[in-house]
Design a protein around this ligand. Structure first.
Ligand code: IPM
Ligand code: MN
Length: 352
């Protein structure tokens, strides 16, 4: 098949991990006779420096015209909270422009990494959960302003916004163990009370066989590390999903191995590892590319419908890790450590 993929390296370790995912995509194209047209576009802090805009019009156009968008990471100390234009704002604009309101963040413990987690192996064995994080609404997109010594961030959700993300969770729960945990703070927040009402109604009416429970976010934060195996699909709003997925990532051993997909109503999606730009290690070629490589697999699955190829990449990452391939985030044994390129090589070798 022929497909257009927009590639946004971004900042920090972004371009380094993206380079390995690109090599994997190129290898897959050769192996399966696909034509992937990769268009590298400036995005994030690097685009602010060059064009004064984190999401230049040509980048946005390229992303809108692509079948899928693969992103490394954005941000860094150079464009800190005081900077006039911030890379994070560009990412929010891109998510919004692409209409990718459903952020899927699978957290699955890779058996080979069970001892890399800071949590005891017997607690994390068998963990397999999927976060469905609402991505284009809530406090991230509310009005923000200062008045005198006050700062205000508005958080609003509408019924249709909650309905459509609940449907995504419902469909995915059906393909899994059929259990949704909807996370909110409905003992305090009005938006959360709406989430609870609407999500319950949609699941009851449209997803027979799927169960939904509701949990306060503070309690969810605790149960995630106390009994993580019990979770199947976790449905939550933008901000809670951001926080809880970083927490849950530690179950899998490292932020470096986790991919994500952001989807809307069509096929087009935005795929990125869940880690950030890691300015502390940027430029050293030591970052773990697995999260980005697995994000490329999600792109093949969700945007191009190439399930077999997605599985092949996922199996290759597992096999490389199984065979002992480790980047610095995954081991304390400095003699055995692979750099970013070395990990890319290890995965590509397992693709056959
Ligand atoms: C993420 C990131 C982003 C978010 C930032 C960079 C805006 O933390 O994708 O989890 O908060 O959504
Ligand atoms: Mn985050």
């Amino acid at each position: 098949m022929k497909a257009r993929i927009a590639v946004l390296g971004g900042d920090g370790i972004g371009p380094e991990v993206i380079a390995e995912a690109v090599r994997v995509l190129e290898r897959m194209a050769t192996l399966h006779d696909h034509e992937f047209v990769l268009e590298h576009l400036p995005f994030g802090g690097v685009a602010i420096d060059e064009f004064g805009d984190g999401l230049p019009p040509a980048t946005l156009e390229g992303c809108l015209a692509a079948d899928g968008v693969l992103l490394g990471a954005i941000g860094g100390p150079k464009w800190g909270p005081k900077a006039p234009v911030r890379p994070e704002a560009a990412l929010l604009r891109l998510r919004s422009a692409l209409g990718v309101y459903a952020n899927l963040r699978p957290v699955k413990v890779i058996p080979a990494l069970r001892d890399s987690s800071t949590i005891k192996a017997e607690i994390i064995d068998g963990v397999d959960m999927l976060f469905v994080r609402e991505l284009t609404g809530g406090i991230y997109f509310g009005r923000k302003w200062r008045e005198g010594d006050r700062a205000v961030d508005e958080c609003a959700y509408t019924v249709p916004e909650i309905e459509r993300i609940t449907r995504v969770a419902g469909h995915l729960a059906r393909q899994r163990r059929g259990r949704i945990t909807q996370v909110d703070k409905s003992n305090v927040l009005e938006t959360s009370r709406l989430w609870r009402e609407v999500s319950q109604r949609v699941i009851d009416a449209e997803f027979p066989g799927v169960s939904i429970e509701h949990m306060f976010v503070d309690s969810a934060a605790m149960h995630l590390i106390r009994r993580p195996r019990d979770f199947d699909v976790i449905l939550t709003e933008n901000l809670f999903g951001d926080v809880l997925t970083d927490e849950a990532a530690m179950l899998a051993g490292s932020l470096g191995v986790l991919p994500s997909a952001a989807l809307g109503d069509g096929r087009r999606g935005l795929y990125e590892p869940i880690h950030g730009s890691a300015p502390d290690i940027a430029g050293r070629g030591i970052a773990n590319p697995c999260g980005t490589i697995l994000s490329a697999a999600l792109l093949l699955r969700h945007s191009l419908g190439l399930e077999r190829e997605a599985l092949q990449i996922e199996a290759a990452v597992n096999a490389a890790l199984e065979a002992g391939a480790r980047t610095a985030d995954l081991t304390t044994d400095s003699a055995a450590v692979l750099n970013t390129r070395g990990m890319g090589d290890a995965v590509i070798a397992k693709l056959g």
